[in-house]
Design a protein around this ligand. Structure first.
Ligand code: ATP
Ligand code: CA
Ligand code: CA
Length: 439
């Protein structure tokens, strides 16, 4: 089987449904094994046309590159593609970007696609999907850091391969949020585990999204949430917001999330007028570059853990830098996390992105620490409470580094700290977590 990365683009008609036609068409040419989020991108070359939606899909296929190309051209025609002018508007464009590391230079077929490195609209989704991918010239992640500026805005989550659809990111889902009687949130977004359940990242982000609506002129500074149980995907949740305190310079809100009248979690958020000061935080640790870190499921397999539910729920944490996890000589858990809010200049969205590694990393740190206590058996509840403090979360870029350390550990409780840095080394958030024993 060959692995291929296919670039998708559309800027005519219903772009989202054109891309969905492509996704379904691709599933007939091979097995869809992954798909990037959709990015809305400013046109390049011929700039006098509407913005595109672009994505990259990975398939495994027993076809040759040539017959794959024939298949792609057929899908383009079925979506009504007409070739009028070079680099002009199109309902659907499908390019073979990379085909199993092959180098092909024939009439009508060049692989890898010769213009990948000059196109942010290709590199951004490609690197999201395959951070370690490279060709003879070098790594695409590096090329992404060098490509010239182009408007590229992430508008969905990645492809849900089981259901062949794009997940809708939380802040996009917020556009559907109604405020008639409190807030209603539709439970379709990125951070879903294998069981279709949504954990703390959802609660925290929901609180931040409410803050963004209520106080768009302020920035989040501190958030605490209490977690009760996993939120199911699908359907709707009711959010009740209480304004605890308000002044012209700051505000404090609390909220609860209910589904069918049952409470799933609660949170507090304080926001302040942004004074624009840069704060000092702990320096970023020396870490391996993203491409050299191990994928999370490989790491879990190497320490004998089933790549099951827990790995799936940390899916946003894709690459790990924890060389000594198994033998217990390192207490720091570090992971590079794709930033699901990349491209947004909303400080609440940036805080939600920084909150994700805080919520997700504390759990593996806790569980491994618990495994080293020989006094069991005992188990810890999922996160009881997390408090996150946000510093300068502006423009955090495509990835963030999270580091979790366990501060204290006993058979009664465990407390930990997670720090988050942007790729340019700024300390952008700190979280404190408390879990209690049950059983
Ligand atoms: P660009 O190649 O710069 O992205 P385009 O996608 O707009 O431009 P098209 O008009 O869609 O160009 O395609 C022109 C021809 O390019 C196709 O008919 C195909 O034969 C050829 N081609 C060569 N290499 C590839 C490739 N890797 N993937 C898709 N098409 C390719
Ligand atoms: Ca193209
Ligand atoms: Ca093409």
């Amino acid at each position: 089987l060959a692995r291929a990365y296919v670039g998708l683009g559309s800027n005519v008609g219903d772009r989202r449904s054109n891309l969905t036609v492509a996704l379904n068409g691709l599933s007939n040419l091979g097995k869809v094994v992954g798909g990037s989020p959709i990015y809305e991108t400013d046109p390049v070359g011929n700039t006098n046309q509407d913005p595109f939606e672009n994505a990259v899909v990975a398939i495994e296929t027993d076809m040759s590159a040539r017959s794959l190309l024939d298949g792609l051209l057929a899908i383009e025609s079925s979506a009504g593609r007409e070739r009028l002018e070079r680099w002009g508007p199109r309902t659907l464009d499908l390019d073979i970007l990379w085909f199993d590391g092959e180098v092909i230079d024939e009439p009508g077929l060049t692989v890898p696609h010769p213009r990948i490195r000059e196109r942010k609209f290709v590199l951004a989704p490609l690197v999201y999907l395959a951070p370690g991918l490279e060709d003879a010239v070098g790594s695409y992640a590096k090329a992404l850091t060098n490509v010239s500026e182009q408007g590229v805005r992430r508008v969905t989550g990645p492809v849900d391969v089981a259901n062949l659809r794009w997940r809708i990111g939380l802040f996009e889902a917020m556009d559907l949020m109604t405020t008639d009687a409190g807030y209603t949130i539709y439970l379709a977004h990125d951070w879903v585990n294998r069981n279709g359940a949504i954990f703390g990242g959802f609660l925290g982000s929901s609180m931040l999204a409410v803050g963004a609506r209520e106080h768009p002129d302020m920035v989040p500074t501190t958030m605490t949430y209490r977690y009760i149980k996993p939120v199911p995907e699908g359907g709707r949740a009711d959010v009740k917001v209480v304004h605890e305190r308000e002044s012209p310079r700051s505000a404090l809100m609390s909220m609860t999330i209910e589904i069918d009248g049952e409470e799933y979690g609660a949170a507090h958020l304080s926001v302040v007028v942004d004074r624009g000061e840069t704060r000092v935080g702990r320096a970023m640790p020396d870490v391996l570059p993203i491409e050299e870190c191990r994928p999370v499921d490989e790491l879990m397999a190497s320490i004998g853990d089933e790549p099951g539910n827990s790995v799936e729920s940390w899916r946003p944490l894709e690459r790990w830098d924890v060389p000594d996890l198994a033998d217990g000589t390192s207490d720091a858990f570090r992971a590079w996390c794709p930033n699901p809010m990349e491209g947004s200049d909303n400080p609440y969205a940036a805080a939600a992105a920084a909150f994700l590694p805080i919520d997700a990393l504390i759990w593996p740190a806790t569980m491994t620490a618990a495994g080293r206590l020989s006094t069991g058996p005992f188990i810890f509840t999922p996160t009881v409470e997390i408090t996150a403090r946000f510093a300068d979360t502006s423009n955090p870029g495509g990835f963030q580094l999270g580091e979790a350390v366990v501060d204290h550990m006993s058979t009664k409780s465990v407390a930990g700290t997670v720090r988050v840095w942007s790729t340019d080394g700024r300390h952008i958030a700190t979280g404190h977590s408390l879990n209690l024993t049950i059983g």
